[in-house]
Design a protein around this ligand. Structure first.
Ligand SMILES: [Zn+2]
Ligand SMILES: [Zn+2]
Length: 415
């Protein structure tokens, strides 16, 4: 059976996250998006852990949970993100790790330990002064079936391979614990093809998660898992045994990610890696070093040419979220506009989940419900016919499915 899993998101208790991120709202969004397995988010935060403990119940002894008050097919997998900040080999390191737990008892034991030494109460994604290998050792000593892996592995400020405060190899980061790392997240700004160029990643399973800070960003990246049994143990084995054939990822266009190119947001300057090289990584506007993005950093650590595909690599599909397609198709600037939302809800109500609409539903059906323009938008995204102005220095890229010429022609027709 195929299941859509989004395993890294945040709760209302994480910094800069929406107040709406409560368990019932997240579940409603999962049904709308088409997510079957959702990460619990932020399990180290005491108040949020209280919610998980009180509102979720384990499905048998599967290690997966459901919402007691409104049981649906959605299953929760205990997950969190930790921010580790520490000195190692003479440099300050700042890295984010995804952690999955086999059950609530294991989470409680981890939380009790961390609470005695660190501040886990003020942020759903706590900052811990603990080295990555020590964190892995700690989790595995509590329960050997914890899973720990790099979050958004390439982003400049907070990742294992980040240009600002990361490492060049997995071994440098995880030392003797490297053998206990089974997976990594591509992050929004890179896609599998970029990661295939880095041979040290071959031994890890490539995963994609939304890292959503609000419900409407859920499933913007996700994993389609082929599982013969819906349980934590089955998921654990998938990662540990690197079963690439059982995973297909749903990807953001990497150019749309916030750190794809190099640049300075304040200077309104961005450029591809080739140009940064010519500029010696100095911003021509302010004269300070550029924020080096993901494409550049991948190039730096790549030991293979562009286009290389490892044998047995997992498959992937690049998508644009449905409300963005609708907005672009109707020439509306914001995806949250009432008109966009009305078409979005109509499509979901009549045709099924967002992922189903983006991936499977016949274009003629979409046309019947939402008109030719939106149907054409979806068709173009499926064929990869679009342009993206790349993101940089914390600013998202911009997807353009319809050209300026087409927009103008449409405007003329209207008036
Ligand atoms: Zn993060
Ligand atoms: Zn600048």
């Amino acid at each position: 059976m195929k299941y859509v899993a989004d395993l890294h998101l945040h709760s209302r208790y994480s910094r800069a996250c929406s107040r709406d991120l409560e368990l019932p709202n997240i579940q409603a969004a999962c049904l709308q998006k088409g997510i079957d397995i959702i990460g619990s988010a932020d399990f180290t935060h005491p108040a949020w852990f209280g919610n998980l403990h009180n509102q979720l119940a384990e499905d048998g002894s599967s290690g997966l949970y459901y919402l007691k008050a409104a049981p649906t097919k959605v299953r929760w997998l205990l997950s969190t993100e930790l921010s580790l900040v520490y000195k190692d080999k003479g440099k300050t390191r700042r890295i984010h790790l995804v952690v999955h737990a086999p059950n609530l008892q294991a989470v409680k034991e981890l939380n009790d330990f961390l609470d005695g030494k660190y501040n886990i109460r003020s942020d759903g994604r706590p900052i811990l002064g603990i080295k990555a290998p020590d964190l892995v050792k700690l989790c595995l000593s509590i329960n050997p079936r914890f899973l720990i892996y790099p979050a958004h592995i390439w982003t400049p400020w907070f990742s294992v391979f980040g240009s600002k405060s990361g490492f060049d190899t997995l071994e440098e980061c995880f030392d003797e614990q490297t053998e206990n790392i089974y997976a990594f997240e591509t992050g929004l700004s890179s896609d599998p093809a970029m990661n295939w160029r880095v041979s040290q990643l071959d031994k890890l399973l490539m995963l994609s998660n939304s890292d959503a800070h609000s419900c409407h960003n859920l499933a913007r990246e996700a994993n389609i898992l082929d599982l013969d049994e819906l349980s934590y143990d089955r998921f654990y084995n998938l990662l540990k045994n690197n079963q690439k054939s059982l995973v297909k990822t749903i990807e953001f266009y990497p150019e749309e990610g916030m750190y794809h190119w190099d640049g300075h947001r304040a200077c309104n300057f961005s450029c591809p890696p080739e140009q940064s090289k010519k500029l010696k990584n100095i911003c021509p506007v302010c004269g300070k070093p550029l924020i080096i993005g993901v494409e550049n950093r991948v190039e730096e650590l790549a030991d293979r040419e562009i286009g290389f595909k490892p044998v047995g690599a997992s498959d992937y599909v690049k998508l644009v979220e449905l409300d963005k397609i609708i907005a672009d198709s109707l020439d509306i600037k914001t995806r949250s506009s009432t008109k966009v939302q009305a078409f979005y809800n109509k499509l979901i109500n009549e045709l099924g989940s967002e992922l189903k609409i983006l991936l499977e539903i016949d274009i003629k059906e979409i046309e019947r419900v939402a008109g030719g323009q939106i149907a054409l938008g979806v068709a173009r995204v499926r064929r990869g016919e679009l342009e993206v102005v790349p993101g940089f220095d914390g600013q998202y890229g911009v997807v353009k499915i319809f050209t300026q010429k087409e927009r103008e022609a449409r405007q003329r027709k209207l008036f």
